[in-house]
Ligand binder design. Structure first.
Ligand SMILES: Cc1cc2nc3c(=O)[nH]c(=O)nc-3n(C[C@H](O)[C@H](O)[C@H](O)COP(=O)(O)OP(=O)(O)OC[C@H]3O[C@@H](n4cnc5c(N)ncnc54)[C@H](O)[C@@H]3O)c2cc1C
Length: 465
């Protein structure tokens, strides 16, 4: 190894990848470690889940993106330990453990789904944070229609054709809009025993607005549009229980009710990477309610100017967990590391420039809030399209995504409807295996169970109710 300034970057998401790229011309040696081998464009996960895009289009290989950056290497593995005293990062992959020393450390391990203390909901209401999640959801969504085709009990049929999306932020709105569109356009004529356009899509939130951060006018517009597409928007509705067959909701007046639904999707909360807890325990830094590390104004860890925390793991001025915060933070810390490697020690405060937010509601309809400018409808959708094309990594992905959008938005097809048994059932089977309750089950992938013996919303076996 060279004696250059050693930078370790944890995470190849927006924060980690952009920090690494911004160090391209610096006289440093960068080691980027991630538990996946790809850079994931999370804002388009919902399109993988609903069959519009393939996973490869939104998750190109990190080492291919960085192939020309000679001062960077990419290592696969899950970071288990950060030792602030020894200045090392330990990561494992399969049975191999690697310890990497650093002079500067950038921690950008992002956030996971939060069930607000009800982690058992995850078995029946998967979230959407990774390619695994999106492919599992794809299998569950299209699988629910397959189950509906087999069903002759009208009540059970209704449950298969009821999709509940929890959380009316951008992800929930996009997901609900796409399921409505799928049922009304794409699946037309695909089934013989029921009409997919009778699908019930429910979008729930405990708050009293959809897209609460977009301003009242856009929130109202989005709700109106969703309802026009047949989505039932239920606000002031807090989820109090989730099981295989449905979801229990508490309304504002304190009453509870149950919705029978075999497919629930959780788009409600986030919790920062548990690596934040390690940093806090060793440095005395504080964590906010979502587990984000409260950093100094230069984005460093209190007492550790050589360690930076950025993106969804970073707590500063209540900045939101969105990609521009991660990208701008990445560029800021790269600049400081570059200066440090060149022997300068000046530190600057991070200044965030809010470029606004946007969310699609359906094809050709979106909302965008850019400072005081509020766009809606087709013009907002064109802005969404242009921005997402710009930020999708790699020209090939931009080109194929554009083709798939043409297929889905101008036509009514969806090119990516394939899902495998393993994608649908592996996560829940693994959860059960970890709980030690599955000694006698067939191993994942070895199962040859007929579809009707597997529950699409629990992964467990047994007769459908
Ligand atoms: C469904 C969805 C939709 C979104 N839509 C938008 C949107 O429309 N606009 C917007 O601006 N933002 C959106 N966001 C938020 C945006 O994606 C995040 O703010 C951004 O990805 C944060 O970047 P990050 O680098 O902090 O984390 P991430 O991009 O999440 O990257 C974290 C990386 O760390 C890796 N990692 C985690 N733990 C470990 C470990 N222990 N060891 C090794 N590697 C690890 C992960 O594999 C991942 O690659 C969306 C997020 C989601 C989930």
């Amino acid at each position: 190894m060279s004696d250059k300034h050693r930078v370790v970057v944890i995470g190849s998401g927006f924060g980690g990848l952009f920090a690494t790229k911004a160090l391209r011309r610096a006289d440093v040696q960068v080691t980027l470690i991630d538990r996946t081998s790809h850079h994931l464009f999370q804002p388009l996960l919902y399109q993988v889940a609903t069959g519009i895009l393939s996973e490869g289009e939104i998750a190109p290989p990190t080492r291919d993106i960085l192939r020309r950056q000679k001062n960077a290497r990419v290592l696969l593995g899950t970071v288990e330990t950060i030792d602030l005293e020894a200045r090392t990062v330990t990561h494992t992959v399969v049975d191999r453990t690697t310890v990497t020393p650093y002079d500067s450390l950038v921690v950008a391990a992002g956030a996971g789904q939060s069930y607000f203390g009800n982690d058992h909901f995850a078995e029946f209401a998967p979230g959407m944070k990774s390619i695994d999640d999106a492919l599992e959801l794809r299998g569950r969504i299209f699988g629910a229609y397959e189950m509906a085709e087999l069903e002759d009990d009208p009540l059970k049929l209704d449950a298969w054709l009821t999709f509940v999306v929890v959380g009316a932020g951008p992800t929930g709105v996009e997901m609900a809009g796409q399921i409505a569109e799928l049922s009304r356009r794409t699946l037309k004529g695909n089934f013989r025993t029921f009409d997919p356009s009778t699908t019930r899509v429910v979008l729930l939130d405990a708050a009293d607005k959809v897209l609460g951060t977009f301003g009242d006018d856009l929130a109202e517009h989005a709700k109106h549009e969703l309802e026009g597409m047949g989505v039932e928007v239920q606000l002031g509705a807090m989820v109090v229980d989730v099981d295989r067959y449905g979801i229990v909701v508490k309304d504002r007046d304190g009453s509870t009710r149950r919705l029978e639904s075999r497919t629930k999707i959780w788009a409600a909360g986030v919790a920062a990477s548990p690596l934040g807890e390690q940093l806090a325990a060793q440095s005395g830094a504080e964590l906010d309610r979502s587990g984000r590390v409260l950093v100094q104004r230069d984005l460093s860890l209190p007492g550790h100017p050589e360690v930076y925390v950025i993106g969804d793991m970073m707590g500063l001025d209540r900045l939101p967990g969105v990609s521009p915060v991660a990208i701008q933070g990445a560029k800021h810390v790269a600049k400081q590391i570059r200066a440090e490697a060149a022997g300068r020690t000046e530190r600057k405060d991070f200044q965030y420039f809010d470029k606004g937010s946007m969310a699609t509601i359906s094809r050709f309809r979106a909302v965008a809030s850019i400072g005081r400018i509020h766009l809606r409808g087709f013009i907002a959708w064109v802005a969404w399209l242009a921005l997402h094309l710009l930020y999708l990594t790699a020209f090939k992905n931009r080109f194929t995504a554009l083709m798939h959008w043409a297929v889905s938005f101008i036509g009514r097809g969806r090119a990516e409807r394939t899902a495998t048994y393993q994608q649908v059932f592996a996560r829940t089977e693994l959860m059960k295996a970890q709980r030690g309750s599955v000694e006698d089950r067939p191993s994942i992938g070895a199962t040859s169970q007929p579809l009707e013996n597997l529950s699409l919303d629990s992964g467990s076996q047994g007769p459908p109710r």
